[in-house]
Design a protein around this ligand. Structure first.
Ligand SMILES: Cc1cc2nc3c(=O)[nH]c(=O)nc-3n(C[C@H](O)[C@H](O)[C@H](O)COP(=O)(O)OP(=O)(O)OC[C@H]3O[C@@H](n4cnc5c(N)ncnc54)[C@H](O)[C@@H]3O)c2cc1C
Length: 390
């Protein structure tokens, strides 16, 4: 069994690392200062400038097909790059991307929504969660009623990432109450903010914040249905599936960076006449963190590999998301413990990571939902114990 990276994977990973180290990490002190003053770490123009700089390094549209100017990288390579991005807390991501389900757009929609989103001229958000339906996404009630060629949307979405800044939303709505949401009764719509929805900022323990989106008789042309009518829930699940390996890949980068800080601190901080790293209690925290990091790394890469093989990645991705999210929370907690009082201050980014990574166990499928999927697959015999080696 060969666990090494190919030359190409290594070259791309190293170039991404180089870019993050040289261009993004130096912004950290300023980002932390701005966030401490309750502002955004990077504004839209700064993010765009960084993304255009990265484009010169060759990084544009990691998951975007070449006909739209992207790289369309294999999932394993994308996972490696997301880990590099995770090494800095600067809220940066490479440009040239669009929500994966926007590629279901027809030609006119591609022109109006997909291409401008890839180019960074428009901003989207994806909205399925509602106040009464999160984990149980098939319980959504936001209604789209037909009126001639148009649809009228009424209801509310909540916790929508990017919903405060988006100029259009991909909204999953109930279009046929006689059919279940997952059985053809829901449809995805492309809804411009100018059509009348409004957003309300939601304060969270993390930086930035998601939005509640309010739809009060919002009229949407029938031409703005994304994909096929009745396909809304399936598109929603396709959107969520991508996060199941990118989120834990990001978590690996955060955990590696934080653990490196802890190792350095353990070697340089002295108590009772010796570095704290001389104590077994500290050594065990470091050893457990490294072991869990390594386990997470391979679970995630295997999930990404499963995607690249064209196999059903659901089981492997659920394990990667569940374990990766838990791992980064445990590692950051230990890193804070190793730093003592300093770890708890706002002079270091540890408390920021601590608040940030708590979300990873909640969004895009909670821990409990991942466990439910993994156990159901086994109990119903959808997946063999041991996966493709079983
Ligand atoms: C910052 C942030 C960003 C988000 N971004 C988006 C976004 O961009 N778009 C979007 O549509 N949504 C988004 N979400 C929503 C997110 O996906 C949901 O919050 C998540 O799916 C959980 O749903 P819920 O909050 O309604 O919790 P609930 O579903 O009410 O669950 C509450 C608790 O009960 C547990 N639980 C529920 N059912 C079961 C069960 N059957 N067995 C065992 N335990 C169970 C859950 O795991 C959880 O612990 C975001 C959320 C946050 C916080």
């Amino acid at each position: 069994m060969d666990f090494s990276l190919s030359d190409e994977e290594r070259a791309i990973r190293d170039t991404a690392r180089d870019f993050i180290t040289r261009e993004v990490v130096p912004l950290e002190a300023e980002v932390l200062r701005r966030e401490r003053a309750h502002g955004p770490g990077l504004d839209r123009t700064e993010l765009r400038e960084l993304q255009l700089k990265a484009k010169k390094f060759g990084f544009w549209g990691l998951a975007t097909p070449p006909e739209y100017g992207g790289m369309d990288l294999p999932a394993v390579t994308q996972s490696l790059i997301w880990t590099e991005i995770g090494r800095t807390f600067v809220p940066f991501r490479f440009g040239g991307e669009a929500d994966n389900i926007l590629f279901h757009a027809n030609d006119a929609q591609k022109h109006e929504y997909l291409v401008p989103t890839i180019e960074g001229e428009r901003r989207s958000c994806f909205a399925i969660t509602e106040p009464g339906a999160g984990s149980d996404a098939a319980n959504i009630t936001l209604r789209a009623s037909r009126d001639g060629d148009d649809w009228i949307l009424n209801g509310e979405k909540t916790f929508i990432t990017g919903g405060n800044e988006a100029d259009f939303a991909i909204v999953v709505a109930v279009t046929d109450r006689n059919r279940g949401v997952r059985d053809g009764g829901s449809t995805a719509f492309l809804v411009d903010r100018s059509m009348g929805w409004r957003s309300e900022f939601i304060q969270t323990m993390g930086e930035g914040g998601p939005a509640a989106l309010v739809f009060d008789d919002v009229r949407v042309p029938g031409a703005n249905i994304l994909g096929e009518p009745g396909q809304g829930f399936a598109l929603g699940m396709q959107w969520i599936a991508k996060g199941r390996y990118t989120i834990p890949s990001h978590a690996v980068g955060i955990a590696e960076r934080a653990l490196r800080m802890a190792i350095e601190h353990a070697n340089t901080r002295h108590t009772f006449g010796a570095p704290i790293g001389a104590n077994q209690a500290i050594q065990w925290m470091i050893a457990d963190s490294e072991t869990e990091l390594e386990a997470a790394r391979w679970l995630i890469l295997r999930a990404a590999w499963t995607v690249d093989q064209g196999l059903d990645p659901r089981h492997a991705s659920s394990m990667a998301k569940l374990y990766g999210a838990g791992m980064v929370n445990r590692v950051v907690d230990r890193v804070m413990q190793i730093h003592g009082g300093m770890g708890y201050t706002r002079e270091l980014p540890i408390e920021r990571w601590y608040r940030q990574v708590r979300l990873y166990r909640i969004f895009e499928g909670t821990d409990e939902m991942q466990r439910l999927i993994i156990a159901r697959d086994l109990l119903r015999g959808y997946t063999k114990l041991g996966g493709h080696l079983g």
